[in-house]
Each structure stands twice: as C-alpha cells, then as structure tokens.
Design a protein around this ligand. Sequence first.
Ligand code: FAD
Length: 291
Amino acid sequence: MKPIDFHLHRPTTLAEAIALLAEHGDDAKVLAGGQSLLPLLNFRLARPEHVVDLGRLTTLRTTRRTTDGLTLGAMVTYARAEASRAVAEDAPLLAAALPFVAHKPVRARGTVGGSIAHGDPAAELPAVIRALDAVMVAAGPRGVRRIPAAEFFVGNLVTALEVDEILTGIDVARPARGTGAAFTEVGRRQGDFALVGAGAQVTVADGVVVDVRIALTGIAGVPHRATEAETLLTGVPPADLDLDAAADATRAVIAPSGDLHATADYRRDVAGVLLGRVVATAVERATGHAH
Ligand code: FAD
C-alpha cells in the first residue's frame, strides 16, 4: 500500500514546527523515526494532509545531564540511548529495557519520544517512563507544559498530548546510590512486541528497600504501575522480600484481555512471574547479592 498524498514539511526550528501544527491542527501528523507512523500511513490507517518531519530539529537529539538527572531529547533514537553512558548511569531501568525494543534496524530509527508519544501499552518505554515517574515536556502554540507520567498515558494509543503539541523531551530523575534495575518480557519471537513485560527499579539503603518502582506492559490500555506490589516490598530487608505475595497482589488487581496470542489468565499469571523476576534481579544489582 502507499499513503494518500500529503504535504511534507521539514522545519529546521521548533518554533517553525509548532507554527505548522498550529496552522494545520487536526490535519497534521508529526513524523519522528517513522517506525509506527509510516506503516500507519502506508496502510492508510492515518490519512493526514500534512506531515511535519522533526528530523531536522537537532536540538531534540541531545541527552543532557542536569543536577537532578537526565533530560532526553524526544528525537534521541533508541540506539543512541542504548549506547549512552549517561542513560546507563542515570536511568538504569531505561537502559535495561532498550535492548528489548524491536530489532536493531528499528532501534536505529525509532525514537524515545516517538514511542512515548505513540503510547502503545505493549511498548517497553511507556512502562519504564511510568515506573520512573518521568516528566514529559511538551511545546505548543500555548507554550510549554510539563506532564507527569501518571497523567500522560490516557488510554490505548492515547496520551495527554494535544494535536498541536510536540513532545520535546523527557526528564528522568537520577536514582539514589544503591539502586538496581531490571527489565524482562515474554514474546512469541525475539523483537516482536511482547505479550507481557515487566520492569523494576529498586533502591536499598541501610539494609532495607527504600524505593521500588514496578511497571508492566501488555496487560491494560496503559502501562500498569504495580503500586500494590510496591507497597508490600517497601521497608523490607532484601532477604525478607515476599515476591510471591507481591506477584499475587498484582495478579489480584490487573484485568488483562485475552486475544489470539494469549489468554487473559496466561497474561495475568505471567505478569506475576515476571514481576518477581525483575524485582529479584533489581535487588541483586542494587546490593550485589542474589535474592
Ligand atoms: P513515529 O512512527 O514517527 O511516530 C509515532 C507516533 O508518535 C505518531 O503518531 C507521531 O505523530 C507521534 N510522535 C512521534 N514523535 C512525536 C513527538 N516528538 N511529539 C509528538 N508526537 C510525536 N516498539 C516497541 O516499543 N517495542 C517493540 O517490540 C516494537 N517492535 C517493533 C517491530 C517492528 C518491525 C516495527 C516496525 C516497529 C516496532 N515497534 C516496537 C515500534 C517502534 O518502537 C516505533 O519506533 C515507535 O513506536 C515510534 O517511534 P518513532 O520515532 O518511529 O515514531
């Protein structure tokens, strides 16, 4: 299939890109790495009259270390983020998740911001961003908005971004010392969207778990932050963590859907298993001891 005819705009400044969206509004689509949008255009599932390519906005391709953590430009590709020492050190959960995204050719073009703006509940990065309580920075004709992850993912492929807003960056807080992170998933083939995925970041201080963040993919319309499990695990010495109880607490509150590839019961069960595994690995990385 081929897309319908559209006007391709290639702005060189953010202001120009925002002006184009302000002018064309509902009839325009932003293009980042194209790894989701191009198939949608080719199958004519998206039929914009105007496509605004962010490829020339080099300012959105930088990763900046701040006093509190990292600001990732929306146009940083998965591959760049994967190779970044700043991401490895300051956003270990993001670093753990990146190799699970698709295949290398997709990671060479697909962008961190594109994944988050697309808001696919089966995707790795929205779950990571949700677990980390990252803040999305959006720019539009009405100015700049900072949107916390808890408010950003609204539904299946629906985010809090307005049609005339551009996601410019993502602020991720630097974790404390004694933090470990892990991500894993179950899929039908390597590189496919996973059936279920889980990520955890755990901080241990003075012999107890002081902070734990867990998010799951593929079990709801938005990434699921497993607060029920987090509550059970916080304040507990690593050796005393009851991962089975944490997994069961999450299984009790999630309501995944079944489809051709996996039943709802399978997804629920696997979510609990993966949750236990990522927490155990994150604790091991935080403390240097196996759980
Ligand atoms: P695009 O495709 O260019 O855009 C996606 C959407 O986001 C569009 O609606 C666009 O308008 C909007 N958008 C993009 N950037 C911005 C912005 N800065 N501001 C506002 N709106 C914006 N993804 C996974 O997470 N896990 C996988 O396992 C996976 N497997 C894949 C396998 C294949 C074979 C392919 C082709 C894709 C796969 N993907 C997977 C999707 C891939 O990760 C996409 O790259 C990602 O979903 C979108 O990023 P992009 O930069 O390509 O954005």
